[in-house]
Design a protein around this ligand. Sequence first.
Ligand code: HEC
Ligand code: HEC
Length: 220
Amino acid sequence: MCLRFFSRMFCLALLTLAASAQAAYVWLPSAPPKEIEARLARLQSDAVAHKAAIAAGKRAAFFCAHCHGETGISLLENIPNLAGQNAFFLLNQIDMFGDGRRKDDFMSGLVKVLKPDERFNIAVFYAAQPVSPTPAANRAQAVAGGKHYARACVGCHGANGYGTREIARLAGQRPGYLITALTDYRNGTAGRADHRMTGVAQKLSDAEIAALAIYLGTLP
Ligand code: HEC
Ligand code: HEC
């Protein structure tokens, strides 16, 4: 995966870091869902603590910026934007990479260098960053995507594509990543197997996936 994006030297450094992290570390889950939610809710009513968590998260995410960008707008079309994503979802996905429920050559190793507090603050930092929608080159395709969305996705991901808790925000996500993620769920090649998504994705054609990705990319 890495060589698609970066130089050989950078990939080697990443793989070494990922491997050493994997060897040295026992994964500790972040916290029970109720505790995470309570902690996130407390930040909503404490602006000073929220600001401090964002600042700490930005520092802890310095390495992530190589791929996900300084403010969570990813540098490449196939890498997900993290900006504006739900904090609970981000933390949950980090935990899934950590304990093996979601697999990716790099992410699975990289998250292991993060302490539970760093993961929490990183999730709060990215969640607070503005999204960057992609205008549709083809209006008709976006309109078709909106119809598929209303039919098949709105029940879980919401009218605006904001998601909730462990359901991803899709609004303003990179179309390239959406296509990859949906195709991988459909074909059983995703490094994750959430039955709610694999069931839906199996019913989608390539053209429907492309239209959905274009439409969702345009949403603010
Ligand atoms: C080498 C590039 C690279 C680096 C560095 C990197 N990521 Fe990722 N990240 C990816 C890719 C590629 C994916 C998509 C993986 C997949 O398809 O399952 C991803 C996925 C994610 C996801 C899931 C997002 C979603 O919408 O499902 C989270 C959360 C995440 N990364 C957090 C981080 C954090 C935190 C760091 C820093 C510790 C980091 N990443 C560093 C490439 C990278
Ligand atoms: C029954 C509820 C449900 C429905 C319906 C649903 N989703 Fe999802 N979706 C989820 C959940 C839950 C996740 C997180 C899954 C995981 O952790 O792997 C998710 C994740 C995703 C992701 C991965 C996002 C990321 O950042 O990694 C994409 C893309 C996605 N959904 C697109 C869609 C589209 C497009 C539709 C309609 C065709 C749809 N979903 C319908 C529940 C649903």
